[in-house]
Design a protein around this ligand. Structure first.
Ligand code: TYM
Length: 335
C-alpha cells in the first residue's frame, strides 16, 4: 500500500513559477511513490473577495494548467474542494479543538489581514483549520508545499494530536515535504513570488511576455553600471538560474557577475532561453486542454467521486469516535 499524499492550490489568478518550483514540480515527482490527491481549494479562495462570475473559469483554468504541468490524471486524483462537502464538516469539528491563540500566531493570517483590512472575516482567521481538514479527511501522511505553508502543516499536526488524544487514534500526523525551491522570490526581488503582488511569471506566458517581465526584473541593486562587479548571491536572477539552467550556465552566470564579465541583460537572456525551454511544452499542452475543457471537467468529476467515498468513510469514523452516531435501538414491545 502506497502512503497517501495531499496538497492543494487556490484558484486565484495565474499559476506561476513559484507555485511550479515550490510545489507542482515536486508533486509530479511524487506521483508514483505516493497515492496522490490534489485539490483546487475554492473554499479557501473565497476567504478573500472573488468575482462569482469568473470563479468557475478560474477553477477550470488552474486545474488545466496543473494537468498541463504534469499532474497526469491517470496517476493521481484531482478534484475541486467544494465538491466534497465533508471538508467543511470536518473543519467544523476541528474548530472545536483548535485554540484561538494558535490561529492568532499564523503569519499568513497576519499578512492577509493587513492586505484585506476591509474584510478580515472569520474564514480568513480559521483558514488553517480547513486546511487541516483537507489533509486529514484522506488521512494523508505527506503534504508537499512551499515554505509559506509549513506553519499551517505544523498546526495540522497539532490538531491531529489533539483529536487523537481526546477521541482515539484516527489521524496520522501529516508531514510537510519541501521541494528544493521552497521560497521563490518575485521579480521585484523583495517579496515572495505571489499572485496578489503581480511580481510573477506565469506558467503559460508567451516567450515575448516573459522577456518583457524578465528584462526589467530587479538584480543585485549594488551593481549600478555594466562595468561594476556584482554579487550573484544577492541577485534573484542568479537564484532563478539555479532552477532552470545547466551547472555550466549557473557557473557562467556567477563568475560573469562577480568579474563584470557579463552584464545583467546577458544573464537574463540566458535565463529567459531556459525558462522558455522548460515552459513551452506546458504552455502548448495547456493550450490544447483549453480547447477541450470537457475533458478537464470529467477528470474533476471522477476525482470528486473518489474523494466523496473516502471522505464519507472518514466522517463516519469521526462521528462514531465523537459520539454523534445514533445506533438503532431494539424495538420495545408493549406487554
Ligand atoms: P497557494 O495556492 O498559495 O500555493 C500553492 C502552492 O504553491 C506554493 N507556493 C510557493 N512555493 C515557493 N515559492 C513561492 N513563491 C510560492 N508561492 C506559492 C505554496 O506553498 C503551495 O504549496 N493554503 C494553500 C492551499 C491549501 C493546501 C491545503 C495545501 C489548501 N489546503 C492542504 C496543502 C494541503 C495555499 O494557499 O496555496
Amino acid at each position: 500500500m502506497k502512503k497517501r499524499l495531499f496538497s492543494g492550490i487556490q484558484p486565484t489568478g495565474e499559476v506561476h513559477i513559484g507555485n511550479y518550483l515550490g510545489a507542482i514540480k515536486n508533486w509530479v515527482s511524487l506521483l508514483d511513490p505516493y497515492d496522490c490527491i490534489f485539490s483546487i481549494v475554492d473554499y479557501h479562495a473565497i476567504t478573500v473577495p472573488q468575482d462569482p462570475k469568473s470563479m468557475p473559469k478560474q477553477i477550470l483554468h488552474v486545474a488545466t494548467v496543473n494537468i498541463a504541468a504534469g499532474l497526469d490524471p491517470q496517476r493521481c486524483t484531482l478534484f475541486v474542494q467544494s465538491q466534497v462537502c465533508e471538508h467543511t464538516e470536518l473543519a467544523w469539528i476541528f474548530h472545536t479543538i483548535t485554540p484561538m491563540g494558535h490561529l492568532e500566531r499564523m503569519t499568513q493570517f497576519k499578512d492577509k489581514a493587513k492586505q484585506h483590512r476591509e474584510n478580515v472575516n472569520a474564514g480568513l482567521f480559521s483558514y488553517p483549520i480547513l486546511q487541516a481538514a483537507d489533509i486529514m479527511l484522506y488521512k494523508a501522511e505527506a503534504v508537499p508545499v512551499g515554505e509559506d505553508q509549513v506553519q499551517h502543516i505544523e498546526l495540522s499536526r497539532e490538531i491531529a494530536r489533539k483529536f487523537n488524544a481526546r477521541y482515539g487514534n484516527i489521524f496520522p500526523e501529516p508531514q510537510e515535504l519541501l521541494s528544493t525551491a521552497p521560497r521563490i522570490m518575485g521579480l521585484d526581488a523583495k517579496n515572495k513570488m505571489s499572485k496578489s503582488l503581480n511580481n510573477y511569471i506565469s506558467l503559460i506566458e508567451s516567450p515575448e511576455d516573459i522577456w518583457k517581465k524578465l528584462s526589467v526584473a530587479v538584480t543585485d541593486e549594488n551593481r549600478k553600471r555594466r562595468s561594476d562587479p556584482g554579487d550573484p548571491d544577492k541577485c534573484n536572477i542568479y537564484h532563478l538560474h539555479k532552477h532552470f539552467s545547466s551547472p555550466e550556465e549557473i557557473d557562467w552566470s556567477a563568475h560573469g557577475c562577480r568579474t563584470a564579465g557579463i552584464g545583467c541583460l546577458d544573464c537574463k537572456r540566458c535565463l529567459w532561453k531556459n525558462i522558455v525551454k522548460e515552459l513551452t511544452p506546458i504552455r502548448e499542452k495547456a493550450m490544447a486542454l483549453f480547447e477541450n475543457q470537457n475533458y478537464v471537467i470529467e477528470v474533476l468529476q471522477k476525482g470528486a467521486e473518489r474523494c466523496q467515498e473516502m471522505a464519507r468513510q472518514t466522517m463516519q469514523e469521526v462521528k462514531e469516535a465523537i459520539g454523534l452516531q445514533l445506533t438503532p435501538q431494539p424495538v420495545k414491545t408493549k406487554v
